[in-house]
Design a protein around this ligand. Sequence first.
Ligand code: SF4
Length: 326
Amino acid sequence: MRRFTYVTANTVTDAVKTKATTPNAKYLGGGTNLVDLIRADIEHPDTLIDITRLPLADVEEISTGAVRIGALTRNSHAAAHPLIRTRYPVLTQAILAGASGQLRNMATVGGNLLQRTRCHYFYDTAAPCNKRSPGEGCAALNGGYTRNHAVLGTSRNCIATHPSDMAVALAALDAVVETESAEGNRRIPIEDFHKPPGETPYSETTLGENELITAIELPVLPPARNSRYRKVRDRSSYAFALVSVAAALETENGRITNARLALGGVGTHPWRARTAESVLKGAPATESTFREAAEAELSTATLLPDNAFKAPLAVRTITATLTSLT
Ligand code: SF4
């Protein structure tokens, strides 16, 4: 058993100051991933800073009309909130598609963004893994079983998928992550928040070492009222996505005026489907357009024998999800 120090923070200033002055410390929110990682001998913090007392658990409309979700809002509360259910149904559906009821009651939206991959080799400390131990190699790419692995945004060092459903919806919605640290505040567009593995798969986000996520802001986005999250998985609950699609669609006289599309289960990070969106813009809102857009997005996929099925599955899921929004 490894010993660690447990401290509580009562204000954001207190939390970021403690983090900046305490070596090898981690913020503890819901703990639904971090505690598992400590138990699995993957994370080894010397100090845990409990941030659950910070006043960051509100969902509110701000003066610009945008909606701000405090980072410590529990997943279940965010999903059930009327502002989210009516203006961003794709986000409610994505959150409810993830984990179990008990986990959603405990997990926070800030922590959801930071959850780590569920690649089974990452959790198997007997297997080589560049994400867990830089430079060790990748058991998945070295003849491993890759059925659940990514086909977009991969590198020669890592092909693990990002596990979050919520973050896929946030990618489609152009959310902004707000942070605070001893150096000040930052606003990070969600597309710039998660990083592809490249040569440094162990570095997963652009969050600074001592930065604390304080909120997620959802912009005013009328097309989001007509939005949907569809998740394909091996069993109907408590399973990670093989493929998931977050989509929002606005049409006028049968043509697409605004489309937002993001994918989960196929990318090394929540995957904003920009190529597909450019095909959709201004095109007729028909099934053949949706399929063409989906095929364009998946045309750059890097497939392995175990996970090659994900490309046609993603094309069909994108097509079906967009069709359901017309
Ligand atoms: Fe590790 Fe990534 Fe390879 Fe999985 S795919 S074993 S997380 S390096």
